[in-house]
Write a protein that binds this ligand. Sequence first.
Ligand code: F6R
Length: 588
Amino acid sequence: MCGIIGYIGKDKALPRILSGLKSLEYRGYDSAGIAYVKNKKIIVQKEVGRISNLEKKINLEEDTYMGIGHTRWATHGEANKINSHPHTLGKFTIVHNGIIENYQSLKDELIKKGVKFVSETDTEVIAALLNENYKNEKDILKTILKTTKELVGSYALGIICTDDLEHIYATRCGSPLIMAQDKNGSYIASDVPAILNYTNKYYLLEEKEIAKISSEEIQVFDDNLQQVQKEMHTFEGSVETILLNGYEHFMLKEIHEEDTAFKNTLDYYVQNNKFKETMPDFKKYQSIHIVACGSAYYAGLVSKYIFEEYVNIPVKVELASEYRYQKNFYDSNTLVIIISQSGETADSLASLKMAKNAGIDTLAIVNVTSSSIAREAKYTLYTKAGVEIAVATTKAFIAQVTLLSLVALKMAQREDLLQEFKGIENYIQDLVNRDYLPYAKFLYQNNNIFFIGRGVDYALCLEGSLKLKEAAYINSVALAAGELKHGTISLIEDNTPVISVCTDASIALKTISNIKEVKARKAKVLLITNEDINDNFYDYKIDLPKLHPVVMSIITVIPMQLIAYEVAKLRGCDIDKPRNLAKSVTVE
Ligand code: F6R
């Protein structure tokens, strides 16, 4: 969600800024812009839509050695050129990721002082406030400090000021920002992929710190303007890990990496069917709250069945955007588990902080190393899915379900069940390499598709349905199969597609009855099952291997992910960057 890149150095700046912006495309955006310095003047260019629109309008060979770039995901004001970043007011030009909650009252005050605004954004208010405060402070660092103290909300900011065209400034609160340096200059960026073409070494800017970067130097100050030393981090993957490598889309590439995501996650915590020291024991906890958003929430829902079955303790799974505003009942033995691929999701982070403030222990299940959620939690366990670029999560979901199952087995002291995880990567490979186009052809022209399942299959249906909505723009609804007849069955008519997942032998017969109910109303049924069913109550069937229940839910989602991918392709959707969506949801 919104991407920031800044470069100052010996090389021409625009190719680096453009390549950084392209590497941040996965975060989701609807306009892009740059500001660069030429002949001691700041020049701003912005375009609505894809970065390629901006690229067509700029001269990459421009004689400029310093600039900031931005991809905007519209929050305040529609996606048009005026609202796009960078925003300039007086001496300050800035790019911003986040939301300023008190921007309207700040704006009203500034208008009273005679400031004229051109956009509807909260960002322009920050630029105006910097410009106003600078009149008194006369020092850029002090001005940034004073300004950020007046802001309520979240921000990562890249700032340039006409009075100092030798430096780019940056600060953040609630939205991520990194800094990096190579032999040719220095960078600020929202995320590591933006700088990976040049270096894999980076520094994390902490909350409220202010960075001042020049061609040769990165200086960081705390909120007393004292200089602080930063620890250098190394990104473990390679540039190749964030390239398509011959795949048509990242979503497809990442589905094909699910065997590795599973295996790397397993191998990090388990060796020779025994838990390694990397897996802590949470057995002292007597109840669990799992809190997350979107697919991460569904991974939590899947794991609820595993925790309750094997650990035998109550597990409540909540959407972070609800959890943080509701009354939660904890006792000292409650563990709050926050699940997040990006580790930056605003509502998940706020829920984590809320539990922490209530004195409750927190465990983060996170994919992105050193992300805010990873750093904030008492315990952090990483999924080892690798970098995920496609907005629709796939391999990270598999890694989350894998890791949550391992946490449950450790708590349940069921090391004996670890042998069930052996060789699962081969089943994943088999499922990933099958042809799902025939099912996609059956589905792609429908605007309403239903998913039904019971128990853990219901949780997986919710994830399958979300994939179809986000990647293929099809309104699909996932229902607990037994709930269908309490209202929604009225929507079933001739040829309505119903996808049914049935992998839990203990309730398979009940699900089959529900399938027969929709079939009797002339629905067209695609059955995804590991049961040996040879009846003729379905139209299509995808056979899954029959694995132990503790690992079954790791693989069941794969056909649904690939069907969503194929359907999205047939419908000509923007598969890796679906409209309106962002990879890292840093707004509430
Ligand atoms: C769906 C998807 C989203 C995310 C959700 C949480 O494919 O990717 O629903 O799961 O935005 O994001 P993280 O896991 O980064 O907290």
